[in-house]
Every structure is written in structure tokens, then in C-alpha cells.
Design a protein. Structure first.
Length: 573
């Protein structure tokens, strides 16, 4: 009895085998979809003969259904099932030869939005952009994409009761034509209800400053996303969750819950690096994110490099809207020691930063005390310095943009009648533009122009004179090695600055690229003079922390056209 049982098991095992599927006549997405639809391809290595034959009989219908999303409704299919070995052993071979037949063409398209949304420009755009037109090949995936555009706009704009009254693709197989009819009822558009802030670390009046919406306004997801981003990038919260409570709507008013998770009250940062401009550098920074319920916060930072070191403290006060305006009180001391100057600097002041029409505007008032030596001549300055700057940055990616720009405008000055040792007015502009010529090629243009109006450049401290050269301006020359000189060929700093750069970057691997460039510029006194030119080439590594740039450039304006290596790390903008 035991022996018989063993023999029976052996027979059953021998009758089982795997299945190899061979599909001819189809390519690309049609073939991939047909193979994915075939149940026989998933029969496994131990399928019984009866199961394999059953799945094989089902295969033609599965192939027909798999081709319909591509508008193929009349395929011709030849199917054959054989054993590769003897009658009782060996794997199965399932062959299918498919002629997909003609593609059904779209005869008519009738897509309409009904209800309140019929007049909504976004719905009108979605209807106009519906991807299938009369005369086009029928593609069910494109049809579904057109429907998703309608539902996505409804979700973004608060048509929460929207639904399809009908969505039909009427295929006339004998005529190889299809009629498409879509009726989308938008229903009513909901409004913003109360915003419920869930946090207990700040006064609500401070957090409300981040709220971009007003109760009773038509619902729109865009200001909610902006509010979430601003709360997340601010100093106070580690996580921000914004939830639309449709189920709690009263009439058409939808409550908005904002759940805020506090960030740790203190943060420490320690960093270091190397650049050919600064040499080795290090930084220690401490941040106190919340000093009180009014949202005041502070930071202290110590930085050191081979050309400069400083210690700075800042105290931040939201004023009066934390989302757009910030008052900063600052104090610091630093040592500035490039090749051409030495300086001790003490600074204290206040700034008010605010958003204005896409720009970041900063008003400042500072006192600066500086003791310096330039070209062997000692000096000292006291400046009460009002200033104004505007910055605008646009980029499609924060680290490696394919399309972006940055523009900065500065204006500052001092007058001897207001506790200052020298009178001057300084204005400057700096810009950088990035454009993609193809997915792997970018062109990068940048430049700066600045001028100081003063009767005595030599009375200005070195931090308010112009020099150039180095990684971030004119490559091919040492850091701050370009500028007007005295009779001993020592740099003294100028009242005029201009430089420009044009770079072409080729990305040949996901994380590696090459660049060719030409830089030109200089600093002068009493008008413009000769330009220093530095053509070169470099290697780019697109790392997770930003672009690492290793460049070699020739200083054509120096004797012998010496080659200088430049290393810089950081984002483009």
C-alpha cells in the first residue's frame, strides 16, 4: 500500500512541467501588454497538463483584450501548444502568432463639463487639451489621461462632488471607428472654511502670519501648498501636515486642519571644506529656533579660512508678518586678510527683510569700524552705513537647474556729516542666468558691474574697495589679484568693477560633465581700463550636496599665460 502511494506520486510529478511562451507579430507596448495579460505565462514550473491546456485555450481572448487599449479590436491570432520532450515529459511551448489588425480611428469627440465648472478656465483648458481628436488613432490610455486632467483640476479647485455622468468609448468594430462621449458634472465649488492650527509653541497670531487663505474664498490647493512649504522651511516646525476636511464641510465651507510638529529648540552645525579662493575653511554654528512664544530666534556663528575669520551673532524678530518680513539685529567681529590687505572689522546693525513682488528687499542700517593696512599704508574708518538691496532667484531645481536666474542689486553709502570718516555712494549689480540647450547641455552666463562715487578711494576700508579674480569671478587669476596698483605694483583696490563669464557645460554621465568657458574682467580707478581674460575648461561632478567644479584656466593677461587650478563646491544659484 505504501509502495502504490509512492508510485502514484511519481506519476503525477512526471506529468508536471514548465511553460515557455513565444509571441510573434507584436512589438513595443503591444507586446509587453499582451505578455503581461497571458495567464499561461504565469503557470509556473509545476503546472499540470490539464491546467496548461486550459490556460492555452484562454490565451487568444486575453491577447484580444490586451490589444484593445491600443485601438486594435480585430486581431488575427494563431495559437499552438506543443511539448518540447516526449509525450509524457518536457516543458510546454505555447506559440502565438498575432496580426494586430487595423487600428480603430476616432470618428467624433464630445467632451463637456456641466454644472458650475462649465465656466471655469481650468476646465476649459482641460477640455481643449483632451488628447484625442477626430481622425486620430484610438488610444484608451490617452482617453484616460484626458479624464484624469478633469478630475485633477476638480481636486485642485475644490469641486469635491464632481463625477462623470457618462464616459463612453463607442467602438464600431465593423467600421473600425469610435465615438467618444464624456459628460463631467463638476457640482458646486467649495470654499475655504476655518483654518484650525494645531500647535502650542507659538502665539497663534504669529503662525497665522503664514496662512495664505481667507475664510470664504474659493478653495484652491495652490495657497495650501505654499503655506505648507513656508511653514516647513521656517525655523519653528519639523513637520507640517495640511488636511482638507471635506467630511466636516458645513454647506460649501471646508475646514482646513494644519498639524504642526515642533522642531528641536536648538541646532548645532559643524562644517568644513576647501576652495582655491579661501583655502581650508571651517564653520561652527548654533541656532536657537524658539526663544519665546512671539517667534523670536537667534544664531551664533564662527567661521575661519586662510583669508578671513569672523564671529557673528544675530537675533531675529518676525516683523510683523513672519512669512514675509523679518527684523534682524546683528553684531560681529572679523579679520580679513587677502594678499593685498589686512583688516580688523567690527560691525553692528539692524536689517529688515521683506518680500515685494517676487523680490526679496532688505533695508539695513549698520555701524562699521575698520582698522586696515593696504599696500603698506595704515588706515582706519568709521561708517554709519544705510543700505538697500534687492534679490530675485528663480530655478526649476535648487541644486542643478536647467532653467534659472539670480539677480542682486545693491545700494549703500555714508556721509561725513553722519558720524562717518568718509563720504561715498556705492551701487552694484550681479546676475547669473542658466539655460538648457538640450537635456545634457547647459549654457551659464554671469557677470557683475559696480561703482563707487567718492573723493578719496584710499580713505575707504578694503571691504568697500573693488578687486576681482578667483573661482567666483575671473578664473585663471588668484583670488582678489586683479585691480589697480601703485608705483610698487601693489594692489590698492578700485572704485569700478566689471567682470563677465560665459560657460558651456556638457553632461556625459548622470553625475559627470565637462565645461568650457571664458572669463573676463578687472577693477579700476577713474574709469574702465584693460580686461584680464581667462579661458579654460573643467570637470563637473553633480554630487548630492551640489556641484563640485574643478577648473583649469589660463591667465592670458599675465606673463607666460600661467595655468591656474580652481576648485569650488556648491549649488548653481
Amino acid at each position: 500500500m505504501v509502495v502504490a502511494g509512492l508510485l502514484l506520486c511519481a506519476c503525477v510529478t512526471a506529468a508536471r512541467a514548465g511553460v515557455e511562451v513565444e509571441l510573434k507579430g507584436l512589438d513595443g507596448p503591444l507586446k509587453a501588454n499582451a505578455l503581461a495579460a497571458l495567464s499561461i505565462g504565469r503557470a509556473g514550473d509545476e503546472a499540470s497538463a490539464a491546467r496548461v491546456q486550459r490556460l492555452h485555450a484562454r490565451a487568444p481572448d486575453e491577447i484580444r483584450l490586451a490589444l484593445q487599449p491600443f485601438g486594435r479590436y480585430a486581431p488575427v491570432i494563431r495559437a499552438e501548444l506543443t511539448r518540447k520532450g516526449d509525450e509524457g515529459s518536457g516543458d510546454w511551448l505555447a506559440r502565438y502568432e498575432v496580426d494586430p489588425g487595423p487600428q480603430v480611428m476616432v470618428a467624433s469627440v464630445d467632451v463637456q463639463v456641466l454644472g458650475e465648472g462649465a465656466a471655469d478656465p481650468g476646465f476649459r483648458e482641460a477640455v481643449a487639451a483632451y488628447p484625442l481628436l477626430p481622425g486620430a488613432p484610438l488610444d484608451h490610455a490617452a482617453h484616460e489621461a484626458g479624464k484624469r486632467a478633469l478630475t485633477a483640476h476638480a481636486a485642485r479647485k475644490g469641486y469635491f462632488d464632481a463625477a462623470f455622468d457618462s464616459s463612453a468609448v463607442l467602438v464600431h468594430v465593423g467600421q473600425q471607428r469610435a465615438d467618444i462621449v464624456v459628460r463631467y458634472d463638476s457640482g458646486r465649488r467649495y470654499r475655504f472654511g476655518p483654518v484650525r492650527l494645531k500647535q502650542d509653541i507659538l502665539d497663534d497670531r504669529r503662525v497665522i502670519g503664514y496662512v495664505r487663505i481667507r475664510e470664504g474664498e474659493p478653495y484652491d490647493v495652490e495657497p495650501l501648498l505654499k503655506m505648507q512649504n513656508e511653514l516647513s522651511t521656517g525655523p519653528y516646525f519639523a513637520a507640517v501636515e495640511v488636511r482638507t476636511r471635506n467630511e466636516e464641510a458645513e454647506g460649501l465651507d471646508v475646514p482646513i486642519d494644519v498639524d504642526l510638529t515642533p522642531a528641536p529648540t536648538q541646532r548645532w552645525e559643524v562644517g568644513g571644506g576647501y576652495g582655491t579662493d579661501t583655502g581650508a575653511r571651517a564653520k561652527v554654528k548654533a541656532t536657537w529656533r524658539r526663544l519665546n512664544r512671539a517667534g523670536h530666534h537667534a544664531e551664533a556663528e564662527i567661521e575661519a579660512s586662510q583669508v578671513e575669520y569672523s564671529a557673528t551673532g544675530k537675533y531675529f524678530v518676525p516683523w510683523p508678518y513672519p512669512r514675509t518680513e523679518l527684523l534682524t539685529v546683528l553684531a560681529g567681529i572679523g579679520r580679513y586678510e587677502p594678499r593685498w590687505a589686512e583688516s580688523w572689522r567690527l560691525i553692528g546693525g539692524v536689517t529688515l527683510g521683506r518680500a515685494r513682488g517676487g523680490w526679496r528687499e532688505t533695508l539695513s542700517l549698520a555701524y562699521e569700524r575698520e582698522d586696515f593696512t593696504v599696500a603698506g599704508v595704515d588706515g582706519a574708518s568709521d561708517l554709519v552705513l544705510p543700505g538697500l538691496s534687492w534679490t530675485r532667484t528663480n530655478a526649476d531645481d535648487p541644486l542643478v537647474p536647467t532653467h534659472g536666474a539670480r539677480l542682486r542689486l545693491d545700494l549703500a553709502g555714508a556721509h561725513e556729516s553722519v558720524l562717518s570718516s568718509v563720504s561715498f555712494l556705492q551701487a552694484g549689480a550681479e546676475a547669473k542666468v542658466i539655460r538648457s540647450l538640450s537635456p545634457r547641455v547647459r549654457v551659464i552666463a554671469r557677470g557683475a558691474l559696480a561703482h563707487i562715487v567718492t573723493d578719496d578711494v584710499d580713505a575707504l576700508p578694503p571691504t568697500h574697495r573693488f578687486v576681482t579674480g578667483g573661482d567666483q569671478s575671473v578664473r585663471g587669476y588668484a583670488y582678489e589679484s586683479l585691480g589697480p596698483v601703485n608705483a610698487n605694483a601693489e594692489i590698492t583696490g578700485g572704485d569700478t568693477l566689471a567682470w563677465a563669464s560665459l560657460e558651456l557645460e556638457f553632461r556625459f554621465l548622470a553625475s559627470l560633465g565637462l565645461a568650457v568657458f571664458t572669463d573676463a574682467g578687472n577693477a579700476w580707478r577713474d574709469g574702465f581700463g584693460d580686461l584680464a581674460v581667462g579661458p579654460g575648461a573643467g570637470l563637473r561632478w553633480f554630487s548630492p550636496i551640489g556641484i563640485v567644479r574643478l577648473d583649469g584656466a589660463a591667465g592670458l593677461s599675465e606673463d607666460g599665460d600661467p595655468l591656474r587650478i580652481h576648485l569650488a563646491i556648491g549649488p548653481d544659484l
